[in-house]
Write a protein that binds this ligand. Structure first.
Ligand SMILES: [Fe+2]
Ligand SMILES: [Fe+2]
Length: 269
């Protein structure tokens, strides 16, 4: 029996009303390569029910367990609930929002995340009320991620986000927009609960791989980025996530080395 689960990940599909048929080749490749697929937000371009219905039709043929978080584009038309409902009911997508689910022996925790910047330069809750509200939104998303991760009991655990939790997978974007691409507040729960892999999107021009300060591997799976960086492969990543801790007889690297241990198993498929 296989002791790992192949998790395919892609984000930023930006499906429009004109996208009918465009995702079929991508989804056909994913079915060949993985056991489960996660979609990291910006599933639609303007967040309309009509766009979600086009994507649901495309996804209906993808006969794998499907998990997703929404992205900022999925909120543009103030119809994010409809987008999530259409994808759930018409395509069987489990949309995570501060929630967790176990699929085929691996735990998945998901939240959209939010912006605010990274490290010591991150926006702080100080001054005008709109600034405090912005920071509050970032804190709430970090708390959602934390509570979702806290529910998982499986040896293999995966975190899904739309916004970046580290600046490493944002590098390459115009430096002026770094603070709008993610938040270090999302990194803290990842370091505490140490999932096997973290997937996010949103930074279309960032880096495909990085790690948190505790060595948790982070993959930016924004479709435009993967298409540009791996032009000879279909634009998604596959990471093997362990189903059980290895027997004591097998040497296992220290937890802080998990990024290096897991990374070579990631393929552009
Ligand atoms: Fe996007
Ligand atoms: Fe986005």
């Amino acid at each position: 029996m296989s002791r790992s689960l192949r998790v395919a990940a892609v984000g930023d599909l930006h499906c429009t009303a004109a996208s009918e048929g465009l995702f079929q080749p991508l989804f056909a490749k994913i079915v060949e390569s993985a056991d489960v697929v996660v979609l990291c937000g910006d599933l639609t371009d303007y967040g309309t029910g009509a766009e979600a219905r086009v994507l649901a039709k495309e996804l209906a043929g993808l006969k794998l367990p499907k998990l997703a978080v929404l992205g900022n584009h999925d909120f543009e038309s103030s119809a994010s609930s409809e987008v999530a409902q259409v994808l759930s009911e018409a395509a069987g997508v489990t949309v995570l929002d501060g929630t967790a689910v176990e699929v085929l022996g691996v735990g998945f925790a998901g939240a959209k995340g939010f912006a605010g910047g990274f490290g010591e330069r991150a926006l702080q809750s100080w001054g005008e009320e709109p600034v405090k509200a912005f920071v509050r939104a970032a804190i709430e998303e970090a708390l959602k991620l934390e509570s979702a991760l806290a529910r998982l009991r499986t040896p293999g655990r995966v975190a899904l986000l739309h916004y970046a939790p580290i600046h490493g997978t944002v590098d390459g974007e115009p430096v002026e927009i770094y603070p709008f691409l993610g938040s270090s507040r999302l990194e803290e729960p990842l370091n505490r609960y140490r999932p096997s892999a973290v997937f996010h999107g949103h930074a279309h021009r960032g880096q495909p791989e990085g790690a948190t300060s505790a060595g948790v591997p982070v993959y930016n799976v924004a479709l435009p980025l993967l298409r540009r960086r791996f032009p000879d492969r279909p634009p998604f990543r596959v990471v093997d996530v362990p189903l059980a801790d290895p027997p004591a007889s097998e040497s296992r690297p220290p937890r802080s080395n998990d990024a290096a241990a897991a990374d070579p198993r990631a393929v552009g498929a």
